[in-house]
Ligand binder design. Structure first.
Ligand SMILES: NC(=O)c1ccc[n+]([C@@H]2O[C@H](COP(=O)([O-])OP(=O)(O)OC[C@H]3O[C@@H](n4cnc5c(N)ncnc54)[C@H](O)[C@@H]3O)[C@@H](O)[C@H]2O)c1
Length: 495
């Protein structure tokens, strides 16, 4: 598979999705990796390191996006990148579609399959690719808050830990997950008094049992939130409902009741924020004031510590890169329920109406192939650079929508039947595997629907199609979710 690693274009986003080590691993597994020149420089990885690791360096983002089957990046595509989205492409990055319905719509319209780092979820409910960034953001949030509490930064002029005879500052943390735990730990380490509020009693019990210092825990409800925010010098928003917009727990009135010069760091801003007065900011202008309270609402906090965060992110995401590239997207999703939960948009193989089979050669690399598709005249081939498949392969009618290899000629030992096995010849066995594959493959029309003509399937039939639930989720303001993936479906036969 061709894997593309473009340079991030978000304001002061210095992370990159793959380090040279990770590129070397992918290349070692037989994949081709295209890295945009300068992609790793912000994280301290020069182009030469990628070249040495076996990557092909390309000069611009368009070259990466157009050639790659799988684009791995850190942050969601921004409007200048929208034209680069296309059918047949799989995008794997942080998406946060719950807070970005426009991007969800663009992805659906453009037919790009999009898998979000932050919704890849293990059976125990943990979010393995979000967690390392949450840990970094949680630790950084307290550092940031301490800086903005200083008078010279416009703050009230408090030291988090106080001093002998002077009480410490009070920090309220909304959400006791990964961000909340690390924020609480760092704030306690700096000597602050910390209150963690969560809906999950287990989380609160765990924090109470593991963290030491001036820690208080409280169940989340409007009264406890109002009390904690009213008393807080620092409020850290760290709430998450996976795949949904963050609940707005802190009202504008609660913000108005906070002390002038106190600080809100709403880490959950990437999911829309849990404070009513939150609006997304960037590193170049990270704060604004409402009712005299400093708001810091940067959506990519780990982006400014890229040496730490790139290393953590790339190594955590690598097993999933490898799985997608080696098995192919569909099989990877069927084989790994955690990865399947990451799918936010699964593009159909083909549109449901008005579609005509392209006048293309059977040598098209995939359905996303954007090469010219005009019908070639007899004996002449438009797609001359394409490799021609062996006749047996073309005759099989395969290769257009699935990648079963051509029937292999019997090798040494063919015809020798292991004891107890059923008496099927190699060719028969192959045909049987192909039949099983057809039965399982979501690309309908195998065998029976080979003529050019409008596609006859219904959208809802596709076992992995997101569109119906995607539409529903979009109209509810949520992200489009996968229908039916991760259900433990058996894998099609592999070769
Ligand atoms: N801005 C950034 O740079 C950045 C970086 C990393 C993570 N984040 C964001 O931080 C947020 C938290 O991430 P996380 O990894 O800690 O998630 P998490 O799932 O580990 O923790 C979320 C916690 O919120 C709690 N919660 C849910 N609803 C609640 C409610 N109504 N009241 C109180 N608590 C509630 C959950 O019980 C859970 O303990 C996410 O939105 C994530 O995307 C932002």
């Amino acid at each position: 598979m061709i894997i593309g690693v473009p340079k991030e274009i978000m304001d002061q986003e210095y992370r990159v999705a793959a380090t040279p080590d990770i590129v070397a691993l992918l290349v070692g597994h037989g994949h081709r990796v295209l890295v945009q020149a300068g992609a790793g420089e912000g994280s301290g990885y020069p182009d030469s390191a990628y070249r040495q690791a076996g990557a092909a360096l390309v000069p611009d983002a368009a070259s990466v996006w157009h050639a790659a089957d799988l684009v791995i990046k850190v942050k969601e595509p921004l409007p200048p990148e929208y034209p680069l989205l296309r059918p047949g492409l799989t995008l794997f990055c942080y998406l946060h579609l719950a807070a970005k319905p426009d991007l969800a719509r663009v992805l659906l319209e453009r037919g790009t399959t999009a898998i979000a780092f932050e919704t890849v979820q293990l059976a125990d409910g943990s979010l393995p690719i979000l967690s390392p960034m949450s840990e970094i953001a949680g630790r950084a949030a307290v550092q940031i808050a301490a800086r903005y509490l200083e008078r010279t930064s416009g703050g009230v002029g408090l030291l988090l830990g106080g001093a002998a005879g002077v009480p410490p500052s009070r920090v309220a943390v909304l959400g006791g997950g990964v961000v909340g735990t690390w924020a609480a730990q760092v704030a306690l380490g700096m000597g602050a008094t910390v209150t963690v509020i969560d809906v999950n009693g287990e989380r609160l019990r765990h924090l109470q049992g593991t963290l030491s210092g001036r820690l208080y825990t409280a169940f989340s409800n409007p009264a406890t939130i109002a009390e904690a925010t009213g008393a807080a010098d620092v409020l850290i928003g760290a709430v998450l409902v996976p795949g949904a917009r963050a609940p707005r727990l802190v009202t504008a009135d609660m913000v108005a009741a906070m002390r002038r010069g106190s600080v809100i760091v709403d880490v959950s801003v990437d999911q829309g924020g849990c404070v009513e007065t939150t609006r997304l900011t960037h590193h170049s202008n990270p704060t604004y004031e409402v009712h005299g309270v400093i708001h810091y609402c940067v959506g990519n906090i780990p982006g400014v510590v890229p040496r730490t965060s790139t290393h953590a992110l790339a190594h955590t995401a690598y097993p999933y890169y490898e799985k997608l590239a080696t098995l192919g997207v569909r099989e990877a999703l069927l084989s790994d329920p955690a990865l399947a939960k990451g799918v936010n948009v699964y593009a159909r193989h083909r549109p449901t109406s008005g579609w005509r089979r392209p006048w293309s050669c059977p040598q098209r690399r995939s359905w996303g192939c954007s090469r010219p598709t005009r019908r070639p005249s007899r004996g002449q081939h438009e797609g001359a650079p394409h490799r021609r498949r062996p006749p047996a392969y073309r005759a099989s009618g395969l290769g257009r929508r699935c990648r079963l290899p051509p029937q292999r000629s019997p090798g040494p030992g063919a015809g020798v039947r292991p004891q107890g096995s059923t008496p099927v010849g190699l060719a028969q066995g192959h045909a049987q595997l192909r039949r099983e594959h057809r039965a399982d493959c979501p690309a309908r029309g195998h065998g029976g629907n080979r003529r050019a003509g409008p596609y006859r399937g219904e959208a809802g039939e596709h076992p992995l199609l997101v569109q119906p639930s995607g539409r529903r989720a979009l109209s509810q303001g949520g992200p489009p979710l996968l229908d039916g993936a991760g259900g433990g479906r058996p894998l099609p036969p592999r070769y």
